[in-house]
Design a protein around this ligand. Sequence first.
Ligand code: URA
Length: 439
Amino acid sequence: MRPQEIIEKKREGLELSTDEIAIFIKGVCDKSWADYQTSALLMAMFIRGLSDAESETLTREMLYSGEVLDFSDIEQPKADKHSTGGVGDKTSLLIAPIVAACGVTVPMVSGRGLGHTGGTLDKLESIPGYNVKLPTEEFRRIVKTCGFAMAGQTEQIAPADRKLYALRDATATVPYIPLIVASIMSKKLAEGLDALVLDVKTGSGAFMQRLEDSKKLSHALVETGVKFGLKAQAVVSDMNQPLGQFVGNAHEIYECLKILRGESAESANATAELSIELSARMLILSGIADSIDAARALVESKISGGDALERFRKNVGCQGGDQSVCDDPEKLLEKGTHVREIKATESGFVSTIDTLAIGNALSEIGGGRVRAEDEIDNAIGYECVARLGDEVAAGDTIGILTCRNADQATRAGNKIATAHAVRESAPELPPLIHDVISA
Ligand code: URA
């Protein structure tokens, strides 16, 4: 069947058969479909829509376009967490060691940062020597030794998504739920998991800014997981301000180590709270705890007892990193950097924070990537001093930007300053967790 026949059928709003979707995905992978034909079909799907059956078939074909990891020789339950991405969203770095310390294996395949969002792999690479490029066998060995490993997607995992996501990004076809679900779930299902917790962000720094959209995406992700035999749950969490104390790769590892060491600042509480919640839900889905209170208590005991820190240290060693950062997290923060304090220009209450603008401002000076090929500068970081609802006086410090030079301080600092709106009356504060969506 020629690509134009499949494109024409979807263009006319008709439902594609399993065979037609399989031909499409095969054509994407073996390059027999030209990029313009793939893009045309993606746009037709975006405009005409996909039925539930088409979405499920698309997910399945994308999943089996590559290898599915097999951890059936590990007796422990296997679970992971996936976040739709945000600013200062560093929970993976805590969840993996915590959940592993509770007796669940976590084969975490993570991503890199792009645009305003950060990526777990970039954060980990700020630990000297830490290697995230693990061949499948090495990944399996570390998962077995440490209870978890954190690595990038290999060429063999859901290769169709790699191609489709790049074309969707270039053709304005990303924000359509069935395509997002097929993209995320094809990668997660390839990890060979028993359970998956999805952290779907909502708010000014989220990929889905409106709560209704985030809930719809959560339902679709959970339903798809269940159709494929996965125990799945979604937590809709707030991204109307950066999560916790710091934004920036080395700074976020620092914040997590401080939490694991029991030395964190109060402003890191949201990071700890959300990580505890997501970890606890992974334990319930994995059958390790039978109530949320018991799960939270187990998680908290693994942090306060130091087990999670020891797991993290072991993993850093296994992945070639400098374990001494676990004893001395300050080592992660580069010395001799340029610091700019961001000041409130009026008195009142911090009523909105344009989180997207903060993420972009940091990426533009090297704290993240504007283009996929950009280099990251681990010296760049931002401390969120004022939170939503805080009362400030004109001239108070609301944030601290760490960068390389005065030019960066001006460029990013001014954008971060204008990303904060201060009003006379106190705003209604968003909850950290808006909803929990179960099957
Ligand atoms: N993240 C993904 O992996 N895929 C999407 O389509 C959107 C966000």
